[in-house]
Design a protein around this ligand. Structure first.
Ligand code: HEM
Length: 479
């Protein structure tokens, strides 16, 4: 652990959040201290951090750290208040009456960040700003990264449990992979790269490899030994229950607010009916630059449209025979590269659906069957922004039935070779390659560290349970 003093008003609060607050949350949840202890103890810890009086307020960097810290405090305050009495869910903001000045102070700090941060905790504050900076590296060289609001190398959780640490790590590392994919694809749309030229082929092949890296990261997460991974009970009853409303109708943190995932979908032409309404509903939970970026990408053509038009097939490939498809791919290798990238994108969605089932929808269905029900202040029958299993299945299916899916009629090794993926992987295909040229990790104390999860080896060979389950999910959703 590289805990280092941050300096200003956030320093003492950082130490409280990293230590005593997590202990307090644990004690309240196991019933050894009353819920009322939370506002009482938080009051002293947050007093110096809330802006007040005529002072100009903190600068943007300190304001971001305070928003992360107070976001975690606010989540505890709201959760414990609502758990004291289910009727409290109807007026969630009443929780903050126990800490006068908290909501106004939080809103003022959110303003000081200069990011358009909403007046509550968010996906951005909880994961991107909270965790140390990340990088995705390609043969050891930095390809993309996500910053942090902190320089202490630590990551802040609700209860200090390893389950939350690993889950947050998974989210931020996955988003970094997505950033790398989006930065790789972007010039095909906006950078003057010929959508059918050799650079587009290279970019799409690299995007496919990066997506496979992200898929393996998520598969590795699910394969973590029980004491190192995410416990189902912890996810349902501890972690998710902190994603409560602060005000009626506001947007609590959720993976669904990952802006890089939405951008990746739009870039790859995943834009089913209703998707833009879904994005619009998420906007209040995003930052200004995320909202602006998504508006921009929604106005731009998707990569498959550009590629197909450039290859003389604007209407797509359906109805073509195998020899015709092969001839087309021979003339335009970019079709093979795009196909492989879209398949890799769909496989990431397959693993994600599997995780959502394993950690949420499956166990909750079991609780419903056994009469245990859904008793928390945050429902476990759907995600925090309201997506249920059928919504995730629908999106997964759309990602699998992409515009180039007719190319499934050709052997995958042939397409991977035409796409240049095999060349990138030393002669292996995407699934078979033992190692990939890309890795993701954290930058702590100025040094880059690979993910370093204690995943049992061999982890991704043919007999691996999760790979088999992943293939099963893909086949099932595809049918
Ligand atoms: C154990 C791991 C995970 C579980 C159990 C899980 C669970 C869920 C659930 C329940 C939803 C519905 C959300 C809602 O209604 O607000 C969801 C959506 C989503 N999650 Fe995750 N998630 C996991 C990992 C991740 C990771 C690593 C990312 C990427 C950073 C991610 C990104 C998304 C996105 C983009 C959505 C929107 C639906 C979609 O695009 O398919 N999730 N997830």
């Amino acid at each position: 652990m590289y805990v280092q003093v941050v300096g200003t008003a956030d320093d003492a609060l950082n130490r409280w959040v990293l230590g005593p607050m997590t202990a307090l949350n644990r004690d309240i949840l196991r019933g050894t201290r009353p819920a009322e202890a939370f506002p009482r103890e938080a009051a002293a810890a947050v007093a110096a951090a809330l802006p007040g009086g005529p002072s100009p307020g903190p600068g943007p960097d300190e304001a971001r750290r305070l928003v992360v810290l107070l976001g975690l405090v606010g989540a505890g305050l709201a959760r414990h208040h609502q758990e004291r009495d289910p009727a409290h869910k109807r007026a969630p903001e009443a929780a903050f009456a126990e800490l006068p000045g908290f909501l106004d102070g939080f809103a003022a700090l959110a303003g000081h960040t200069g990011t358009g941060h909403p007046p509550r905790d968010t996906y951005a504050s909880l994961t991107r700003w909270n965790l140390p900076p990340t990088e995705v590296r390609w043969h050891g060289a930095r390809l993309a990264g996500l910053p942090s609001a902190f320089e202490d190398g630590a990551l802040r959780t609700y209860t200090g449990a390893i389950d939350e640490t690993r889950f947050f790590e998974l989210i931020k590392l996955s988003e970094t992979y997505e950033r790398a994919v989006n930065e790789t694809l972007d010039p095909i749309v906006t950078g003057g790269v010929d959508p059918a030229g050799p650079e587009a082929v290279d970019r799409l092949a690299s995007a496919a490899v990066l997506l496979e890296g992200m898929r393996r990261l998520n598969a590795d997460f699910a394969a973590l030994p029980p004491a190192e991974g995410l416990g189902v009970g912890h996810f349902l009853d501890v972690f998710r229950q902190f994603a409560v409303h602060w005000r009626p109708g506001d947007v609590p943190p959720s993976g669904a607010l990952d802006p890089e995932a939405i951008e990746r979908d739009l870039r790859l032409g995943v834009d089913p009916l209703g998707y833009r309404d879904h994005i619009r509903r998420l906007l209040p939970g995003l930052l200004d630059d995320e909202r602006a970026r998504l508006a921009e990408v929604q106005d731009q053509p998707a990569v498959p449209d550009l590629v197909l038009t450039r290859c003389g097939r604007p209407a797509g490939l359906t109805g073509l025979t195998v020899p015709q498809l092969r001839g087309l791919v021979d003339d335009h290798p970019v079709l093979a590269a795009l196909f492989v990238a879209q398949q890799a994108h769909a496989r990431v969605a397959g693993v994600h659906l599997l995780l959502a089932r394993r950690f949420l929808f499956g166990p909750q269905a079991e609780r419903d069957r056994s009469g245990h029900g859904d008793t928390g202040v945050v429902s476990n029958r759907r995600g925090t922004t309201g997506m249920d299993e059928s919504a995730l299945r629908h999106l997964t299916r759309v990602r699998q039935q992409h515009r180039l899916s007719a190319l499934r009629a050709l052997p995958l090794p042939e397409l991977e070779a035409r796409a240049g993926v095999t060349a990138l992987l030393g002669g292996e295909g995407l699934s078979a390659a033992e190692t990939l040229p890309c890795t993701a990790g954290f930058v702590r104390a100025g040094r880059w560290h690979d993910t370093e999860w204690p995943v049992p080896r061999p982890r991704l060979g043919g007999g691996d349970g999760l790979v088999a389950a992943d293939a099963h999910v893909s086949a099932e959703v595809d049918s």
